[in-house]
Design a protein around this ligand. Structure first.
Ligand code: UDP
Length: 251
């Protein structure tokens, strides 16, 4: 994954690996065997839209070692632009599959982010679900800039194989990019609001919404404050339609 990445789609200047969950897990296993630090981003349309005005964010996305298609907006965009894409690889599904695998492989996982107590609660739920899972540390995501060095020390001391960072996008992506090499953790993954859902303090969309690819709509209904953020979605769709017709005109 880190060296050869032939199957990447360019969506508005953001490169995304068109991989399945199984391919992502296989590549992650290799990263852990190799031991060098890697950044993984589960990308959605809102982040791609923000990256249009933020060159630094675009550079973070394009320098990550793996970028998976998280939202249905990305899947739709990739297909509209003629790329073969299997399915979504969402942050929360990746956390479940990684924890399941970590329990059998003996990998250590660190949970960093969300409000005080939430990471611990999520960790407790997951160790119940995947016996043998070694969660080597938890730390909430509310800190002053001056605390970053102590947080890095705290994480490093536990020598995790996987670091889950739940600070929301793009804060978590910026944190990982800035500290990845110092942390030396093979797999650093931004997981957004996943701890809130895993801990049970927030509900994931009912299965029918997920199946119909309307998870974004459920989030909007349950958190109307996200309305402003989600205004990015129709603008993203218009940009994709424009990219599609421009590339038709310039084969
Ligand atoms: N968060 C945090 N520190 C911050 C800001 C946010 O730990 O300074 C946490 C917040 O408590 C929540 C998560 O980051 O658990 C963001 O969730 P959201 O659903 O907004 O993220 P998204 O998945 O949309 O990126």
């Amino acid at each position: 994954m880190t060296k050869k990445r032939p199957n990447r789609a360019d969506i508005l200047g953001c490169l995304i690996d068109m991989i399945s969950m199984e391919q992502a897990l296989a590549a992650i296993e290799k990263m852990i065997d190799n031991g060098k630090p890697n950044q993984i981003i589960t990308l959605n349309a809102e982040i791609v839209y923000s990256a249009q005005k933020d060159r630094g964010l675009r550079e973070i996305i394009n320098s990550a070692q793996m970028v998976t298609p998280d939202g249905i907006g990305i899947v739709w965009a990739a297909r509209s632009l003629g790329c073969k894409i299997k399915d979504r690889v969402t942050g929360i599904d990746l956390v479940h599959r990684l924890c399941q695998l970590a329990a059998t492989k003996g990998w250590k996982v660190f949970f960093f982010g969300a409000a005080p107590g939430v990471a611990e609660l999520a960790a407790q739920k997951l160790t119940g679900e995947y016996p043998g899972l070694n969660i080597c540390g938890c730390r909430d995501g509310y800190f002053a800039d001056g605390d970053e060095e102590n947080i890095i020390k705290e994480i490093k001391q536990q020598t995790p194989d996987i670091l889950l960072v739940a600070l929301g996008a793009p804060k978590q992506e910026i944190f990982i990019k800035k500290h990845k090499n110092k942390l030396g953790v093979p797999v650093c993954l931004g997981v957004g609001g996943s701890f809130d859902v895993l801990s049970g303090i927030k509900l994931r969309a009912p299965k029918v919404f997920i199946k119909l690819n309307l998870e974004w709509f459920y989030r909007l209904l349950s958190e109307p404050s996200r309305f402003r953020r989600q205004l990015a979605l129709p603008k993203f769709a218009l940009m994709i339609i424009k990219q599609k017709y421009m590339s038709r005109g310039n084969p």
